[in-house]
Design a protein around this ligand. Sequence first.
Ligand code: SF4
Length: 411
Amino acid sequence: MEKSVLDLRRLYRLPWSLADNAISWLEPTSACNLSCDGCYRKNEANSHKTVEEVTRELSIFRKMRNSDGISIAGGDPLLHPDITEIVSIISKMGFKPVINTNGILLSRELLRELKKAGTVGFTIHIDSKQGRPGWKGKNELELNELRLRYAEMLAEAGGMSCAFNSTVYDDTVSYTPDLVEWAGKHMDIVQVMVFILYRAATPQLNFNWYANGRKIGLEELQYSENNGRRIDLQSPEVVAKIRERFPEFTPCAFLNGTEKPDSFKWLLTGRIGYKDRVLGYVGPKHMESIQAMHHLLKGRYLAYCKPSYTAMGKTMLLLSPLDPRLRVISGRFLTSLLANPLKLFKNLYYQSIMIIQPVDFMENGAQNMCDGCPDVTVWNDKLVWSCRLEELKQFGCWVHSVPRVENNVNV
Ligand code: SF4
């Protein structure tokens, strides 16, 4: 797909910023029970933060950032012995706790406890390069069986949203239409699908790297690699791949890059349908109305919401006068009623599909970050990008690229 086909003027620019954002990112631990290929966090066994440290980070968020939800990530947060208490603290502070996990430790009993503590939803990371016990060698399509197990488990517990994350590589991007298709058959129990495009710090011929005035080797970083894999997959490529099977697939909103306003760093597509059939894709005015209304009524921008809200697809159609694409969905809904009037009593569900294009390395050595990054975390009482936290942990500052000069002055 040419970039021009994805025209930013036809998309709603999500209003999220550093100080006012739908989400913030909390890491109570860096420990993990998997070793995923594309992970950007160093797995440290004894890295659990104390409840006091976590509470302090939450108070920094409260002071510096108006936030609706807190993504509790890591590492795997379910490894933290006080995870239920942490969820409860987050909930009592007025944030929506959302747990990002690989799901391995998620039992029905723990799920009940976490729900009682106030968990609003789960984002479960499943992809084919996790080396997941019992699922090694399975491709993305085969892993849908595992995704369905978790979606059904969450639906059985009730009241919490179910999202799936997967890292997308050059050799797995062809599966994205399969995942979009699978999610479309489970609109009632899968609220969000997230595709995170693989990134790594890879040495560039024309640049040296410095931290605190010292030249460093990129291989010192957790997220470095030099084995020739593509680290520059772009969101429009994924959209083009999905459109080969679903020509109607059309994003409605985005976050741009800090260096490139026409890069689509967070690219959001929303769709409405019966529990097993997509009726159509919402347009930018729908998303603009939802974000503006939520901010007007609740004082915060919206990201995660409970299934009782996403099941209100029919109510969302009331916004049809504002949004031409919603009018198309309304037309199809009415046609389906003519064929079978009993469908009036069926729910329509809303589902999001997000494509995240993390750090882009620019030709001039700059890094194109997400403008209005939702995954900002706390480090030393400051708000920082979680995707580059290892630089701070290792060197105490961001790593900078410096162009090599021909006479080797800089080398
Ligand atoms: S800047 Fe990094 S941490 Fe923030 S949203 Fe983008 S990829 Fe995520």
